[in-house]
Design a protein around this ligand. Structure first.
Ligand SMILES: [Fe+2]
Length: 145
């Protein structure tokens, strides 16, 4: 059975890869929605910078070790890097998919933390999960237009 620390390192790996992927989309998005999406991806990578830091520091508080390298994060991540050149709509769809992927791991981590009475981990990840749910709704509304 995975420990809460193991779960958190998975959450961290996903967040690290997603953070850079959001920069990719921020830089390379093109088309009539450029200004909206350029700003939205920036808003999200700023939020994910906090999420990365909070998650790593929670691992340390629990006596664990956050992945120390990008290579380790890439290996443990359930999020794929962006190597192609998707159009704006595909960028948003990929972002929605990646948020669902992260949400699954976050919910499993909350469950594991809750089972051990680890309320701080639950509190940190509940906030991230709330933000993910709202962001999925907004991105889906954006792409529906
Ligand atoms: Fe920028």
């Amino acid at each position: 059975m995975s420990t809460v620390i193991d779960h958190l390192n998975g959450v961290l790996a996903d967040a690290v890869v997603f953070y850079y992927k959001l920069h990719n989309y921020h830089w390379f998005v093109k088309g009539p929605k450029f200004f909206t999406l350029h700003a939205q991806f920036e808003k999200m990578y700023d939020a994910w910078a906090e999420h990365v830091d909070d998650t790593a520091e929670r691992i340390l508080q629990l006596g664990g070790k956050p992945q120390p390298t990008l290579a380790a994060a890439l290996q443990a991540s359930a999020i794929a890097e962006e190597a192609g050149a998707p159009d704006a709509k595909a960028m948003v769809n990929n972002t929605i998919t990646d948020l669902h992927t992260q949400r699954e791991r976050i919910l499993a981590t909350i469950k594991a933390a809750d089972a051990t009475g680890d309320r701080p981990t639950c509190n940190i990840l509940d906030g991230v999960n709330d933000a993910i749910e709202k962001t999925i709704w907004m991105l889906e509304a954006h792409n529906a237009g």
